[in-house]
Design a protein around this ligand. Structure first.
Ligand code: ADP
Ligand code: MG
Length: 228
């Protein structure tokens, strides 16, 4: 589902964020990307959703070389990848429903499709009853659920999560992890960067560790969701 070959990313100022990374992620995998701050986790994730392109090497997502996509094909790629962040990135002046609907509006889904898919996504994350609430009225964990609903409303192949539990308390963190597991069990590949050792240890998933832009560990625990 994701293949990286000899990927190096150099930012302006000669910052080498990734150095010669080789990584293969299969369809349906659940992968943690761990490592200290500045080790390249966010850069690695952004290569998947084409937030950035590699300086050297190749990144293939669903068999397509993302750096070589024609401009008009980029939205098609993005539609197949959901992304969530530590700070949720909800639109503050739109309701929960409209935040999720927005992901469909930008790809010009029909009103009929929007009416069908938004309630489905909200019930998947357990927030059907909050559809008309505004983001500021919600707790952090609920806001992240809205962001997850928005990320999965297009049935993406891959869910990319960059420290999604970074602002949440331990109990809420575990709720969000259960939800990401449910999404993974339904067939979506999940790639999640985190600092949280408790989460990583508990879930017993594949762990890819970065240090100074290089993969120093790639360990497969092989646990399936709900087994841990
Ligand atoms: N847009 C950018 N411009 C310049 N340097 C960047 C940029 N983004 C990240 N970096 C640098 O690249 C390195 C890796 O950053 P990042 O991928 O954000 O790591 P992590 O997510 O593990 O903290 C760091 O040294 C960071 O300062
Ligand atoms: Mg980061």
């Amino acid at each position: 589902m994701v293949n990286m070959y000899g990927v190096t990313k150099v930012y302006p100022g000669n910052v080498e964020a990734l150095r010669g990374v080789n990584l293969n992620i299969d369809k349906g995998d659940f992968v943690f990307i761990v490592g200290p701050s500045g080790s390249g986790k966010s850069t690695l994730l952004s290569l998947i959703y084409r937030g950035t392109v590699p300086t050297r090497g190749h990144v293939l997502v669903a068999g397509r070389n993302v750096a070589r996509l024609r401009w008009r094909d980029v939205p098609m790629l993005r539609r197949r990848i959901g992304v969530i962040f530590q700070d949720y990135k909800l639109l503050p002046d739109r309701s929960v429903y409209d935040n999720v609907a927005f992901a469909l509006e930008v790809i010009e889904a029909s009103p009929k499709e929007i009416e069908k898919k938004v309630p489905q996504a909200l019930s998947m994350v357990g927030l059907a009853h909050k559809a008309s609430a505004m983001p500021e009225e919600l707790a952090g964990g609920e806001q992240q659920r809205v962001a997850i609903a928005r990320a999965i409303v297009n049935d993406p192949l891959i869910l990319v999560a960059d420290e999604p539990t970074g602002n949440l308390d331990p109990d809420t963190t575990l709720d969000i992890m259960d939800l990401l597991c449910d999404i993974n069990v339904r067939g979506t590949t999940v790639v999640m960067a985190t600092h949280n050792h408790v989460v990583v240890d508990r879930m017993r998933k594949r762990v890819v560790q970065l240090e100074r832009g290089m993969i120093v560990r790639d360990e497969r625990w092989g646990a399936y969701c709900h087994e841990a």
